[in-house]
Design a protein around this ligand. Structure first.
Ligand code: GRF
Length: 217
């Protein structure tokens, strides 16, 4: 049976688009039940509408505490009873209760080779630190920001003339490959998660997850 998914966004939604495209091509067996945004003008909402996916906007500014917003968000998500919640550029810090509710059922994509560069401005920080490479990680969401168990990472070299912008473009291309791949493994029941550990095809993954290479499928 198709994996049912709710996607949370705040912006452009190019990762959402990658999921929609892979699913339309029959390469990813998911049903996106809803796309929820905390920004009314998130372009990802238009992408969802275009793909006939129901959308919802919940303005975090309408709530005086994080708990109240997260509780409303939780209600909106749980109405669809998804197998998986996918954070795709959802720019909110989540409460512990919310993350616990979706333990092992919520993924995020973070533009760095975790555990390096948690938080924001990762591309510029990697350049400023004279790193040779930079990348992106797909991980389960835990209460601590960008600290949950990593499933897969993809890396690219940082060229001498790279800027935060050029690096961001390269990383986005990698994102559009590894996020659908991680979700495919879940839909195929090849990925198992328990107590902060991830197994792929019954093999325990290292703390930095599996490193993407072209033969992975
Ligand atoms: C990506 O860089 C992702 O790694 C980060 O937010 C950005 C979302 O991009 N979490 P998009 O909205 O999917 O284009």
């Amino acid at each position: 049976m198709s994996l049912s998914v709710v996607v949370l966004i705040s912006g452009s939604g190019s990762n959402l688009q990658a999921l929609i495209d892979q699913s339309l091509k029959g390469k990813l067996d998911i049903t996106i039940k809803a796309v929820i945004s905390n920004k009314a003008d998130a372009f990802g909402l238009a992408r969802a509408v275009q793909a006939n996916v129901p959308t919802k906007f919940i303005n975090h500014k309408d709530f005086s505490t994080r708990e109240e917003f997260d509780s409303e968000l939780q209600k909106a998500i749980d109405q669809h009873q998804p197998d998986l919640v996918v954070l795709a550029g959802f720019m909110r810090i989540l409460t512990e209760g919310f993350t616990r509710h979706y333990d092992g059922k919520m993924l995020n994509i973070h533009p760095s080779l975790l555990p390096k560069y948690k938080g924001l401005n990762t591309h510029q920080r990697a350049i400023d630190a004279n790193e040779n490479e930079h990348g992106v990680s797909v991980h389960f969401v835990s209460a601590e920001l960008d600290a949950g168990a990593v499933i897969i990472q993809a890396a690219t070299e940082i060229a001498e003339n790279d800027t935060a912008d050029s690096l961001s473009k390269k990383i986005h291309t990698l994102e559009h490959t590894i996020y659908p791949l991680a979700i495919k493994w879940i839909s195929e029941k090849r990925l198992a998660y328990a107590s902060g550990k991830v197994m792929l095809d019954s093999e325990l993954l290292p703390e930095t997850g599996i490193r993407y290479h072209q033969d992975l499928n």
